[in-house]
Design a protein around this ligand. Structure first.
Ligand SMILES: Nc1ncnc2c1ncn2[C@@H]1O[C@H](COP(=O)(O)OP(=O)(O)OP(=O)(O)O)[C@@H](O)[C@H]1O
Length: 120
């Protein structure tokens, strides 16, 4: 049990580090809060909330994995190296893919009811 609590502690510490140091992480959090607010406004169904929350989790996780890759690469290769560049660029690409898909999912799920609420 103590080991589990310790693992939770280090995981929360990792989340805190990402929020404190990564401006993109804070942008994702603001976007997630805005999406949740809009979801509440249009009264999403439980399954729609599930998809939105899963999407938010994927984006947050991708950003945190990107941060982990950046730190590991800086530790392993403090100098400029083409392989270090590839590792960081691919990790950043993963965040971009997740963020683009998240925007598409948000538009598909929240777009139609929001449109009706505003213009119908
Ligand atoms: N050691 C390196 N060798 C070669 N290129 C690097 C190296 N470190 C960073 N780069 C290049 O600079 C880019 C930015 O790297 P950096 O570590 O500054 O990330 P960042 O801008 O802090 O990313 P984020 O904004 O997500 O935190 C990388 O995607 C890569 O193209």
């Amino acid at each position: 049990m103590a080991k589990f609590i310790c693992s939770l502690g280090v995981a929360f510490s990792g989340i805190g580090y990402a929020i404190r140091t990564q401006s993109h992480m804070r942008v994702h959090m603001i976007a997630a809060a805005a999406v949740c607010g809009l979801g509440w406004l249009v009264s999403l169904k439980p399954i729609e909330w599930a998809v939105i929350l899963l999407t938010i989790a994927v984006v947050f996780s991708a950003e945190m994995m990107n941060t982990a890759v950046e730190q590991a690469v800086d530790l392993a290769s403090p100098g400029i190296h083409p392989v270090a560049k590839i590792a960081k660029d691919v990790a950043a690409g993963a965040v971009l893919v997740a963020a683009i898909i998240a925007v598409v999912i948000g538009l598909l799920i929240i777009g139609p009811p929001l449109w009706r609420l505003l213009f119908a």
